[in-house]
Design a protein. Structure first.
Length: 250
């Protein structure tokens, strides 16, 4: 009787182990081929993305490279089922200076483009990108002080429109030389123009190789303003940004 009971327990343990293994395998396949969750830890994409946003990144948008897999194993070069990104896409990519760190920015420059900033205005191939002043972006700092930041709506040549912030007038990155995007590379910029390490900072990001693209940001599935600790369950409802949940990333 005891031996039979042990056999039943062993069989149950093996079945549970297999079930967990299958679940992990399915999760890995979904993460590698379809959707990867990603959270926003910094303010470089404000106002499009806020600190505390959690979103899904579509891994299939541009095909697959070694960076589509966890830890970027060097099992192949280039991309499989490659699709070209579009100007204006919000993209997660591996920073080319270390090929490990995930950044999220907006794709501004395509291969061969000439990109420049003059007095805070974006120029693509010598033409100024139209921008219109809109209502100020309002935020509170950690001490509760209200800050109003100038906000502009930019419209790219292909019609993609989004808002940017101008925190500092005539900042270092408001005036740059001309960047010529190399073949098979892209130029990325944050929407929070004066608070973004992006392709304008060549020593940190620079031009992003096609192979380094991880996927396109699609949907915000959760968002919190950080005012409630994980254990403060009673404060969760007030900390969640309900109006951002299930919104598309433009």
């Amino acid at each position: 009787m005891s031996e039979k009971l042990n056999n039943v327990r062993t069989s149950a343990f093996a079945e549970n182990f297999r079930t967990i293994g299958y679940a992990l395998l399915i999760a890995l396949v979904i993460r590698a081929l379809f959707f990867q969750p990603f959270n926003i830890p910094s303010g470089s994409m404000i106002p499009t993305l806020l600190i505390g946003d959690y979103l899904f990144v579509a891994k299939y948008s541009y095909g697959y490279s070694k960076h589509s897999l966890p830890f970027s194993p060097p099992i192949f070069d280039g991309r499989i089922l490659a699709r070209q990104p579009h100007r204006g896409d919000v993209v997660v990519f591996k920073v080319p200076t270390d090929n490990r760190t995930d950044f999220i920015k907006r794709l501004i420059g395509l291969p061969g483009d000439k990109i420049q900033m003059k007095h805070g205005v974006l120029y693509i191939n010598g033409t100024a990108v139209p921008r219109v002043r809109v209502e100020d972006f309002v935020r509170r700092d950690e001490f509760g002080n209200v800050q109003r930041v100038p906000q502009y709506r930019e419209t790219l040549p292909d019609g993609v429109s989004y808002t940017t912030l101008d925190l500092i007038d005539e900042s270092v990155t408001d005036n740059t030389g001309v960047y010529v995007v190399p073949p098979d590379h892209y130029f990325m910029m944050g929407d929070n123009r004066d608070n973004s390490n992006d392709s304008r900072v060549q020593s940190v990001v620079g031009y992003v190789p096609y192979e380094n693209l991880v996927g396109k940001a699609e949907t915000i599935f959760f968002s919190t303003d950080g005012s409630a600790h994980f254990w403060e369950i009673w404060n969760w409802p007030s900390a969640i940004r309900w109006n951002r949940i299930f919104s598309w990333v433009d």
